[in-house]
Design a protein around this ligand. Structure first.
Ligand SMILES: Cc1ncc(C[n+]2csc(CCOP(=O)(O)OP(=O)(O)O)c2C)c(N)n1
Ligand SMILES: [Mg+2]
Length: 822
């Protein structure tokens, strides 16, 4: 259904003022006495206990890092440890109301948050399910270490399990929560609702929005809390995440029970510093961080500053904000004021702040203050408080011993299996749907106007008489992608898609035309112009268990989603210890005609990044089969589509593009024409000029060229290419990417290694020039042309009788261009 929201000039042109309401700052003012009806003694003592455990955990790590010793136990931890001594009340207050269905995301400084959330989950879970969670995690290997010789309750065992899983992870041990592949800045444990912490400042800013979308779209219980630092408010992904989370459409266009805001709290752990930069007074201009909420939406994001030095103030805020979320009025922004007594890292000399300042905050230390309050109110005697602190130290001494004992806590054994991490990069799953259920659609597939119109199209480029089919009647490459996408929407209830102009516009270049009619808003929607968050939210949605297609309108805009594509999407499967799967397809349209910032083929850049599958089909048959595979899998796939060839018909597959479902395995190149004299390997749209080259070679020199369409960059089965080279002894590689540092060069080098003895000449790469891409009228001087390929064959592989080259492929020219860097 197309959107219908008329914009009336009379209304939008009328004069008025924007009124901002009040944003509460540290308004909590209840005494413990007044809070007694909300907390039992046991609750209050638990809050104290949880803060103490976190303090001891971080103190132990600080001592290990700075003195290599804790309680007489010596250990050298070479890795990072960004500690949160001072921030315990903020962490415990944040986690207190949350249970395992509530997800937290974090930052490089999240040990305290992990422990607080874990402790809260342990408190709320029944013993049976708690034990099952521990027993089934990595087949019980983490539990086995702490269970051995343990005599206590399940809840006490769970405390040991939590501390051990986190510490072993920090020390890169195989029994850690993420098999030691996450480490201090990325440790997490999803069964307790602890989702990835992120070493990239602000990295969780958009990923957490995707998690909230997952909960909303799939009607899952719980809320999402994005714990990030005050300095991350300067980061693009955070601003983009906030815009994405606060879109009007959740209230104006999403229908039925989907109408309403996201279940999300951006909780800024505001310790007033970046590393050394002061966010208030130096590096930011917000003065009080909560102010930012005022500009975001008319609800001002329900923004508030809370005193994160008082756990009860934070709990109070979370209780109130949960109500806001229950009423579907999210997202919420909390500015939780706290202070980091510890350095940014243990090597930090705190040269950027005065001793007086640190001492002033130490005087108000939350554990000290809260302990005194409990004592004064008669909740706990000094002895009990001391006992809690002593027990925490005892447990941590025990856990430290276990965590550094190589016999029970070894690192992953890369001696025994040097390829172990390689095996963890992809999950290689195959699922029709990520969850059972009935997909929500607005009409039967057969009644969809686009589906009906495609039915009438010719699925091969020539009709039965062998005449070319007109464009209007031709089944095009874009139709292949559409068929795979709509088919999956009718199969997988979790599938959602978003990007710029994905809905009424019909998707960029009309690939999605017809989808709007078939799908409700919550399964297909227009995003803000936020390429970072388009990908970041897809990552969050995928890691929570949903399948998703995100779209980047032009490949050139991938730069805007650099961190998400290069640092987040490829890494979480392996960094989680394979706890997480990532069924995320990023469609990337490679432009043409629009010049230097709209026409680049950056497939080589993503192919360089370990952890991404990279696909680039050039025919309708391949596009449909590869999209089907991408959408059947559980790995991140960057799916390149060239705008030059969206309207080509199928020229290669006999019988045209099948109507039914089929998959083409990702990683298999395809021989588009057989030949004996030379191999031409092409990636993407250059397939078509290459076919011209093959014709010319045949006509003029009687040479038969074997044309191989790579179809995929990663993974890539070289067998097909090597067998071809064995036969032809010669190979040219071509694509629209600028040649320097391209994936073609990587392929040429691999082919040289694998088939050196079979080659008559070195593999020759014919890529685009190392320039800006000029206007359409001059594109033929930039992108590989049939003439260039023939000249390159003539100049570098085999002289072609009588050929007069127009381009220079001499060694001298190559040296000159490289010397000049162009
Ligand atoms: C994108 C990025 N830039 C810089 C860094 C280096 N760095 C690590 S922590 C940090 C300061 C972050 O401050 P804030 O977000 O307030 O969190 P805090 O450290 O105070 O908990 C910086 C600059 C990084 N990890 N990621
Ligand atoms: Mg900070």
């Amino acid at each position: 259904m197309p959107r219908c929201q008329n914009i009336d000039p009379k209304i939008v042109r009328s004069a008025k003022f924007i009124e901002f309401g009040k944003i509460p700052v540290n308004q909590y003012n209840k005494s413990l006495h007044e809070e007694r009806q909300n907390f039992t003694n046991e609750d209050l003592i638990r809050i104290y206990h949880d803060m103490v455990v976190i303090r001891e955990f971080e103190t132990m790590l600080n001592l290990i890092k700075t003195t290599n010793e804790y309680m007489g136990i010596r250990y050298n931890h070479p890795g990072p440890a960004h500690l949160s001594i001072g921030q315990e009340a903020a962490a415990v207050g944040m986690a207190y109301t949350l249970d395992k269905d509530d997800y937290i995301f974090g930052s490089h400084r999240s040990h305290g948050e992990i422990l607080a959330k874990g402790l809260s989950a342990i408190h709320k879970l029944e013993e049976d399910s708690l034990y099952t969670i521990m027993k089934t995690y990595f087949g019980g290997s983490t539990l086995g270490v702490v269970e051995n010789g343990f005599s206590g309750s399940i809840k006490e065992l769970a405390l040991h399990f939590l501390l051990y899983g986190a510490l072993a992870e920090i020390f890169a041990r195989g029994n850690g929560f993420n098999k030691g592949l996450g480490g201090s800045m990325h440790a997490f444990f999803t069964p307790f609702g602890i989702y990835p912490n992120n070493a990239i400042v602000g990295g969780s800013g958009d990923i957490s929005v995707g998690a909230a979308l997952y909960k909303k779209i799939n009607r899952k219980p719980g809320i999402v809390v994005c714990n990030i630092g005050d300095a991350s408010m300067g980061c693009g992904p955070v601003w983009e995440g906030i815009s994405f989370a606060a879109m009007d459409q959740y209230h104006t266009l999403w229908e039925g029970d989907q109408n309403g805001g996201l279940p999300l709290i951006f909780n800024f752990m505001n310790n007033l510093y970046g590393m050394g930069g002061q966010t208030m007074g130096e590096t930011m201009g917000y003065d009080i961080l909560a102010r930012v909420g005022a500009g975001v939406n008319p609800d001002m994001m329900h923004a508030e500053r809370v005193d994160g030095y008082n756990p009860l103030a934070v709990i109070d805020a979370f209780r109130r904000k949960r109500e806001v979320i229950r009423e579907k009025r999210g997202p919420v922004l909390l500015d939780t004021l706290t202070y980091r007594i510890s350095g940014h890292s243990p090597s930090d000399a705190s040269s950027y702040r005065s001793k007086e300042e640190i001492e002033a905050w130490q005087k108000e230390d939350s554990i000290l203050t809260f302990g005194n309050t409990l004592f004064n109110e008669g909740v706990a005697g000094a002895e009990l408080l001391q006992q809690i602190r002593d027990e925490a130290a005892d447990i941590l001494t025990h856990i430290l011993k276990l965590s550094i004992d190589d016999s029970v806590s070894p690192h992953l054994d890369l001696v025994k299996d040097p390829d172990l991490i390689g095996k963890m990069m992809f999950s290689n799953g195959s699922y029709d749907r990520m969850e059972d259920g009935i997909p929500e659609v607005l009409m039967p597939l057969s009644e969809n106007p686009r589906v009906k119109s495609i039915k009438t199209r010719e699925r091969f480029h020539k009709d039965k008489e062998g005449n070319p089919v007109s464009k209007a009647r031709l089944y095009q490459l874009r139709d292949g992608i559409f068929e795979a996408v709509i088919d999956r929407f009718f199969k997988d209830p979790t599938l959602a898609a978003w990007g710029e102009e994905n809905r009424d516009w019909g998707g960029a270049f009309a690939v999605y035309r017809g989808l709007t009619e078939a799908l409700p808003y919550h399964r297909l929607f227009n995003s803000p112009i936020s390429e970072g968050a388009i990908v970041g939210t897809a990552i969050g949605y995928g890691m929570c268990g949903g399948r998703v297609i995100a779209e980047i309108m032009y490949c050139d805009f991938l730069g805007r989603s650099g961190d998400e594509v290069l640092n987040q999407l490829p890494k979480w499967q392996a960094m989680s210890g394979n706890i997480i799967r990532m069924p995320v397809v990023i469609r990337v349209s490679v432009g043409s005609k629009y010049g230097a910032q709209h026409s680049q083929d950056w497939s080589s850049i993503v192919a360089h990044i370990p952890g991404l599958k990279v696909v680039f089909p050039a025919t309708p048959y391949d596009a449909k089969g590869l999209m089907n595979s991408a959408l059947q899998g559980t790995d991140p796939v960057i799916f390149f589509e060239s705008q030059r060839i969206y309207d080509v018909g199928e020229m290669f597959h006999e019988g045209g593009v099948p109507e039914g479902y089929y998959e083409i395995p990702i990683g298999e190149p395809d021989i588009k024409r057989s030949g004996d004299d030379i191999t031409i390997l092409s990636i993407g749209a250059t397939l078509y000029p290459v076919m011209k080259v093959a014709d010319i070679l045949k006509e003029k020199w009687g040479m038969s060229a074997e044309v191989i369409d790579a179809r995929t960059l990663v993974p890539f089965n070289y067998e097909t290419v090597i067998q071809s080279v064995r036969k032809t002894g010669r190979i040219v590689l071509t694509s629209d990417a600028s040649s320097r540092g391209s994936f073609l060069k990587d392929m040429a080098q691999t082919i040289t290694e694998l088939a050196f003895d079979d080659l008559d000449a070195p593999p020759v790469v014919v890529g685009s020039r190392n320039w800006i891409i000029p206007a359409y009228e001059m594109e033929e001087y930039f992108f590989p042309q049939p003439g260039w390929i023939i000249d390159a064959i003539h100049g570098k592989i085999i002289p072609l009788k009588g050929h007069k080259p127009e381009s220079d492929w001499s060694a001298g020219k190559s040296l000159k261009l490289n010397r000049e860097g162009v």
